[in-house]
Design a protein. Sequence first.
Length: 202
Amino acid sequence: MTKLLFISHTGKLDGASICLQLLINYLKEDYEIEVLVPDNGGFVDELINMMIKTHCAPSTRITWRTIPWLIRLIIDNGFDLVYGNNFSSGSRNALIAAKFTRKPFVWHIREMISKHSRKRKTLFLKFADEIIADSIACAQSIEGHVTRKKIHAVHNGIILDDFQTENDAARNFVINTLNITQDYIIIANMGLICARKGQEYV
């Protein structure tokens, strides 16, 4: 069975790691999967519940100093492919380790790559064997940095059963919880709450 090493930028649950969890759950029947994380958190707990083996990096970040350790991890465990989740330094360093071990590297990009991104970061995109973008817009943002034939737009999947709810009941629950009247317009902002996302401006 083909053995895959997934690189996560966090051990916590956020948008990228939740999408990765869904992907791993879909692939685990056909591939032997292990995951490298820089720290512990809700994502690691979910992986343990799924009986997915995890490796914790020697420090709380997967830095360039981690590359020799990563090389040894790939060789000792006989991984056939390395998969970087998101455009993080951890994925970039895993790409370097994959190249040293001559293993293919797939990079799943889940963010827009700016035209003004530092070239020293975007240069690494050229060395990925394949790139998955989570939207057409994301794929287009990558095109200026790497040949188009490497890029594949694959939208994030969801489990529909998780979103089956009765609209009026859900709206009434929010209205009662917030103690507002029926004429309010309710806008939901779904995502991890953190400063860089700018939720304070919404």
